[in-house]
Structures are given as C-alpha cells and as structure tokens.
Design a protein around this ligand. Structure first.
Ligand SMILES: [Zn+2]
Length: 547
C-alpha cells in the first residue's frame, strides 16, 4: 500500500484534532513540517463539530467506558474508536487530500522567483552569525547583560540602567538612529512573603506573590482553605462556603493561554464570593517546587485581596488533604508597595534606502519579573532583536524599507510600553509593513507564527522556505501572535512571533529558574540569524506585505 505524504499528514492532523478536542490543547498539526501547503488544515478544521460529537459520545455518553473498563487504559479505549471513526469519515471524502495550495496563484511566478533569489543573502547572514565573526556573540552579550543587571522589574532604577546600557551597546556598533520615548509605568515591589501551613501540620509553602497583589495585615491572614478546579466550581459554591476562606485554584495546565486566566482573575473572582485571600497553582506543566509569578488584575468594585502562586507540589498536597476531608489552615503574610515611575521604550532604526518611512519591526521586551535573571523572558527576544540591525549594519546590507528594533518596557505589568507606542504612533500605523516579536523563548527556531491575510501568509510562507536548511520554515497560523505586538496586530497590521522549540519554556517562565542556564549559544545564533534574515528579506522585497 502506498502511503503518500498527505496521508501521513492527514493521520497526524487527525490525532492532533482528537487530542486537542480531548485535552483542549492548541491545534498543533500545522506545525508538521512536511504538511505545510498540503492543503488539509482547513478541511480538517471543518470537522471540529464531528470530532466533538464523537469525543462526547465516547467519553461522556453511552459509549463511555465501553471499550475498556479499566480507568488507566481508558485513553486507549477513547482514542481507538474516535480515530477509527474519524479516519473512515474523512478518507471517504477524497477531496480532503487533494485540496489545491492557493499560494502560487496569489503570489505569481515573478514574486516567487524574486523571493527565492534571496537564498544568497540569507546564506551570507546565516554563515556570518553561525560560523563567522558573529558566532556566539548574541549569547555572550546576553550573558553580560543579565549578569550585570539581573532581573529588571518595571519601574525600577535597574531597568532604566539596563536601557541606558543597551543604547550604549548599540552606539558602539555605530548605529546612532536611536530614540527613547518616556511613559509612566507601574512599580510594584515585592516585600517579605511567607505562607505557613498550620493544620494538619506545620510546613512552609513555597510561594510568589502575583503582580499588583496588596499586602496582608502585618500579622498575616490565617484561614482555612477551600479548593476549586475551575471558575465554574467557584460560581456554583454557596457564598457561606467561601466567605472568610483562602481560595486555592488548582486547574489542570492545558495551554498557557487557556490556563493563565486562573492567575489573572482568581483574586477578583474569589473576593467577589467573600474570600480573604486567593492562591493559584502555578501556571506550568512542570515543577521542582518552583512557584511562578505573573500579572493579575483586580476588577473594579471588588475587594482587593492578597494573591499568590504556589508550587505544583504544594497545590497537590493541599488538594490531597482536602480530598481526605482534612482541614487545611494557612497563615499568609505578604508585603508589597505600589506606585508609578517613568520608563522608556527604545527605538533603533536602520533606515531603508528607498522607503525609509516604511517599517519592518523586530522587537522584544527589556523588562522582566523580579525573579531569576529574565534571561529567557525576554532577554533572548531582546538580544535577537538588537542583533538584527547590528548584523545588517556589519554586513553592509541596507534593505529598501527601514528595519526598526523596539525594546518594549513594562510588558510584564500589562503591555504598558506597547499600549503607549500604539497610541503615540497611531498616525503612522499605515507605514508598518510587518511587525515581529520574540517573547516565547529563543530555543531552536522553527519558523514563524503569523497573523495576516491569506496573501500576507503566502508571502511569509514563501520566505520561510528559504530556511529549510536550518529547519526553520514552518508557518503557524496565529491571529494574535506575540505579547506586546498583539496590541498593534489587532488593528489589522500583519505580524509574527518567533516559533521555536520552546516545549520547556513554561517550566522556567516567571521563576527563579529563568537564568542563562536555560539559554544555548548555538540556538541563539540560529535565532539571531533567522530573525535578521527574515526581517531583511521582508524589508527588501518589491512588494509590501498586504493587509
Ligand atoms: Zn515575556
């Protein structure tokens, strides 16, 4: 039996579809390299309702448990009938695997040829960064930076000093088209934090207060714990059950995007039900008793209660005790201060030769949380975006449009720098040809997660083909890529974030573990080369990226 690539793609796409329906995960089938342009993604997506019907029938309906009556192997009993049924349905409709790739007709032969001609300059950049003079420089400069300044929390003097340092580092490369734009940013300072389990036994609980959390009284808050899996359980609970308690949200980690709402909203939702403090299971799939901090927002009109993240281990411990009807009593003591300070976005231009007003933006945020070194979040993104104009300048490669590098400030406390930039530069938003950000790790690059029209994605996809040699030619469709740049992309401006091998990113995210030990010099070189070459090609090709 002949098995074509598209059939293999179809099979993996099916597994991904079923998996995402079962686990509520982001679909991953478009990441399959050889499946790009096989034209099946949309078709598979159209089976969403059928998948859900079958999954519900097998997991919740009359077929539940029928295949295998052992809970541990229930997954097999689930996947097998679901996959088989779907495979029969989908393969019976032959059109699925023969769908045409629309890109060649949208782009035209001339543009495709033009893009292919950038192979030479792409090689020049990749060689210079991975084997030539720039080899190891991105890692070395990042290490010097984070070892000098450490964590760079919004509103701190150290963040401002690190911005001054980056400006000087850029000037040292003879790039002098640099401006900074001042804005007001939140300045939240973590003070002493401690949680002690008092009942059923005395034990320290590892914690990190969440951004903007208020303090407890000096003697702390002592109360019993009530555990919820999700917001629905909290909504359904009687007010008497929650009043005066410490709420612990213990959601299963699916994706960061889905699970993070328990960090950002749990304090307000718990307070609305009368809780005196709220804790959340750290938003991560992995832990060595490491709590993960992050931002949270108090809704208007609700009581502001102290809120913190605890480790997976301690969340599991409390959950097990409560499940055995054992009362868990905690003392939470947290201190913090909050005010506003002045910070700066930093903008570096390598002016275009023909269309200096047209911008291709590369970016990362310079601020970090107050734990670890902010090496991964977002030191890596900051330095590959710094490297792009530096490498082009060193190689004397001047594209037709301007390559602008932006170091956003105060991302972690709510994309504050990005909102300010969007407001200050709204009148020139038509000039943004393409905007990129790296803020999800700088591990081995795989390609780009791209927002934009079909033709925009086709052009980027064609450019990405040039990076097959470094395994970075995958295009993931994502309508809201990046963090800061989402503020600009939602106005209809095409853009992308770095798609990379970041499977372990959320192990370290917002923890003391975010240090240089997470970074790898070769992978950073590949990211810097990829980022620079992609920006150059987009800035130089004859066509604008269409809206
Ligand atoms: Zn970040």
């Amino acid at each position: 039996m002949f098995i074509s690539v598209s059939k293999v793609c179809l099979f993996f796409a099916l597994i991904a579809q079923v998996h995402s329906a079962a686990k509520r995960r982001k679909k991953t089938y478009v990441e399959l390299h050889s499946c790009d342009n096989s034209g099946i993604a949309d078709e598979i997506a159209s089976y969403d309702t059928v998948v859900k019907d079958i999954v519900d029938y097998v997991t919740k309906g009359p077929f539940k448990g029928k295949t295998y009556n052992d809970k541990r192997i229930d997954k097999m009993g689930f996947y097998t009938p679901v996959l088989l049924t779907l495979f029969i349905i989908i393969t019976s409709e032959a059109k699925v695997v023969s769908k045409e790739n629309v890109c060649p007709s949208l782009l035209g032969e001339d543009l495709m040829k033009e893009i292919a001609s950038y192979e030479i300059v792409k090689n020049e950049i990749v060689n210079y960064v991975t084997r030539g003079e720039f080899k190891g420089k991105t890692y070395d400069e990042l290490a010097k930076f984070v070892d000098t300044f450490g964590a760079r929390l919004s509103g701190t003097a150290i963040l401002e000093q690190s911005i001054d340092y980056m400006i000087q580092l850029t000037r040292d490369e003879d790039l002098n088209d640099i401006v900074t734009e001042e804005l007001q940013v939140p300045h939240w300072t973590r003070g002493e934090e401690k949680i002690t389990m008092l009942e059923p036994r005395v034990k320290d609980i590892a914690l990190l207060g969440l951004g903007r959390s208020v303090s407890t009284p000096p003697e702390g808050i002592t109360a019993n714990v009530i555990v919820f899996n999700d917001f629905e359980e909290l909504e359904n609970a009687e007010e008497d059950e929650v009043k005066g308690k410490i709420v612990l949200f213990d959601p299963e980690f699916t994706t960061y995007g889905e699970t993070v709402v328990y960090r950002t909203q749990s304090a307000s939702k718990s307070a609305a039900k009368g809780a005196v403090a709220s804790l959340v299971r750290s938003i991560t799939p992995f832990s060595i008793n490491s709590p993960h901090t992050g931002s949270q927002n108090y809704e208007d009109g609700v009581n502001k209660i102290p809120t913190a993240a605890i480790s997976l281990e301690d969340a599991d411990l409390i959950r097990r005790l409560v499940d055995r009807d054992i009362n868990v009593k905690l003392n939470i003591t947290m201190h913090s201060t909050f005010d506003t300070k002045t910070s700066r976005n930093t903008i570096i231009d390598l002016k275009g030769t023909r269309f200096p007003d047209k911008l291709v933006i590369v970016s990362g945020h310079i601020d970090s949380w107050d734990v670890g070194q902010g090496a991964m979040d977002d030191g890596g993104g900051l330095f590959v975006s710094w490297a792009a104009p530096v490498i082009l300048k060193r190689l004397n490669l001047r594209p037709k449009r301007t390559v602008r590098s932006i170091f956003w400030t105060a991302e972690e406390l709510g994309l504050v720098g990005a909102y300010d930039y969007e407001k200050q530069h709204r009148n020139e938003s038509d000039n943004i040809n393409f905007i990129m950000e790296s803020d999800e790790g700088t591990f081995a690059p795989r390609g780009l997660a791209v927002a934009g029209s079909q033709k925009a994605r086709c052009i980027i996809g064609e450019i990405l083909k040039l990076f097959e040699s470094i395994n970075a030619s995958t295009l993931v469709e994502d309508d809201s890529p990046g963090s800061d740049i989402a503020v600009i992309i939602r106005n209809g401006i095409p853009g992308a974030s770095l798609h990379n091998a970041n499977e372990k990113y959320f192990w370290f995210h917002h923890t003391e573990g975010d240090t240089m030990n997470v970074e790898n010099p070769e992978e950073l070189d590949l990211c810097a080369a990829f980022w620079t070459a992609v920006a150059y090609i987009i800035a130089d090709i004859s066509e604008d990226i269409p809206r």
